[in-house]
Design a protein around this ligand. Sequence first.
Ligand code: FES
Length: 241
Amino acid sequence: MPEEKEQLTDLPYLEVPRPEEAGTHPTSTPNMPPMKNPPEELKDIAAKTAAPGSAQARKADPPEKVRMAKPLPKAEDDPGTWEFGRRSFLRAAGWMSFFGFLTIATVGALRMMFPRTLYEPPKSFKAGKPNEYLPMTVSEKYKDTERVWICRDEENIFALVAICTHLGCTPRWLAAEAKFKCPCHGSGFTFEGINFEGPAPRPLERAKIVLTESGELLVDKAQTFRYENGDWVKPESFVKI
Ligand code: FES
C-alpha cells in the first residue's frame, strides 16, 4: 500500500472541471478536462468565449469604472441663498388657497350659529288703571313711545292710533279745539277719530284694548278696528267704564 501512495503522488496534477463548467471550456470537451498549461492563443479564446459573468469573462473584459455624479449640495448646507422658483411659488399659492378656504368655511359656519334676526318691539303694552283717565280727555302719555292716544269719553275708554290715514304723519291733539290736527297736509279728526277736514280719506284706527284680571288696561296694536268697517262696536275696540 505505501508503494501505491508514492506512485499516485508522482502522477501529474489533473484539473477536473466542475460539473457546470464541463464542456464549456474551449480547452475541454464534454468528456475531457481542460489542459493544465494551454497555449496563450487558447487562453485568449477561452476568455472571449467564456460565459458572461464568469471569472474568465471578467478577466478578459474588466468593467469600466463608473464615474459617479457629484451630489448636489443640500439646501441646509447653504442657508445664505434662497431661490423662489416656479415650484416654490406654486407650492406657496396652494397652501395659501387651502388656508384661505379653511378660514372662509370656518367663519361661515360660525355665522350660521348666530343668525341675524330682527326682533320687533312688542305690540302690546299696559296703559295703567281706568281711573287714571278723566272723562272727555285725551292722554298723550303713550303717543311718543307707542303712537297711541288713550281717550275717555263719558262711558268708554278707547285707544286711538296716532297715524294719519292720509300719508302716515302723526297728528297733534289740540285740546282747545277738541280735535286732532295733522301738521303735514292739514287733515282734521274729531275727538272720536272721525275725519272731517283735509285730505285724509278715512277715520283714524283704534287699537284693541281690554281690561286684565288685575284691573289694568292692556293695549294691543297688532289688532286694529276701522270705523268704516263697523268695527268700533266690537267688544275689544273699547273698555266700558
Ligand atoms: S299725512 Fe296727515 S294730512 Fe297728509
